[in-house]
Design a protein around this ligand. Structure first.
Ligand SMILES: [Zn+2]
Length: 298
């Protein structure tokens, strides 16, 4: 096996960082159908959890009530089962963010005791970039007036060791400014909901795509503000990129699992295609879901 440190983590070091039997999660948003990008994430989640003797829980991240649909959730679950990825904590009860709105309210109320939590009426257009400048921080706007809610972030660096990318230093207050936790449509934001869920479910290992690495510092900071003492270990894995390597479908970068299924591709072939897309297997190789730990064990 080729050892590429940006592809496969050092399992010994990772195990000592997470402790024994880490808990990780597969957490899709039901805003569409399962595609190869999800399968890459599942390979990493299940493969590394199995290689470390850890467990996988399934969480439905449906905090965005406008874009999420029950039929997508059903389809995601069905495709996942077809592929053979089984969460250790089962499918029932399944944690859906939409089922527990009070939990998020309670966490926000506790945050108010120690932090400036305020109403912000700015639109994305008003802000005009990733960083919010805090202009509503001292306006004392009333809740319920169509505004969002932000949490003031303290200054300072967040330093963490990514299991593939090594040491990272981020400055959330400079990168994004005060964090939006509820948007103007009254939805909990991804950053807030996922941080609350990882705390309350005791997730100790977060495995996700490298497109999310820049938001990790703010999640670690927010979790600490919520009272979490030890941050989870983060691993940001490679993503499927367009136009590199073999052609699978017309959309060379990604493909829906439903289309592959209806074209007669088998589950091990689908997992093999996804693994090959990021370099974990050679093109044309197949692998069963129960065997994906082997992709990470030297
Ligand atoms: Zn504002």
């Amino acid at each position: 096996m080729i050892i590429d440190p940006l592809l496969r983590p050092d399992l010994t070091r990772l195990a000592s960082a997470t402790g024994s039997s880490p808990l990780t999660r597969f957490a899709p948003s039901p805003t569409g159908y399962l595609h190869l990008g999800h399968v890459v994430n599942a390979i990493y989640v299940w493969g590394i959890a199995r290689a470390l003797g850890g467990r996988v829980l399934l969480r439905i991240e449906d905090h965005d009530r406008i874009r999420c649909r029950p039929e997508y959730e059903l389809a995601l679950l069905e495709d996942l089962a077809w592929l053979g990825f089984e969460p250790d904590l089962g499918f029932e009860p399944l944690l859906r963010q939409s089922d527990t709105p009070l939990v998020y309210e309670q966490v926000l109320d506790r945050l108010r005791e120690s932090t400036n939590v305020y109403v912000c009426e700015c639109s994305r257009k008003d802000i005009g970039g990733e960083r919010y400048d805090g202009r509503c921080r001292d306006r004392r706007l009333e809740p319920g007036s169509g505004g969002g809610i932000r949490v003031q972030l303290p200054d300072g660096d967040e330093v963490f060791d990514d299991a593939l990318h090594g040491r990272q230093t981020q400055t959330p207050a400079e990168q994004c400014g005060d964090l939006l936790v509820r948007d103007r449509d009254d939805h909990w934001t991804y950053q807030f909901a996922v941080t609350v869920d990882d705390v309350r479910q005791g997730v100790t290992l977060v495995i996700r795509g490298s497109d999310l690495v820049s938001s990790t510092g703010r999640q670690i900071l927010l979790a600490r503000m919520m009272g979490r003492r030890n941050a989870p270990v983060f691993l940001h894995h490679p993503l499927i990129h367009d136009g590199r390597g073999e052609k699978l479908s017309k959309a060379a970068g990604d493909a829906g699992i439903r289309e592959l299924r209806s074209a007669g591709v088998t589950p091990p072939e689908v997992i093999g295609i996804a693994a090959a897309r990021v370099g974990l297997l050679n093109p044309g190789e197949s692998i069963h879901a129960v065997d994906v730990a082997g992709l990470f064990l030297a």
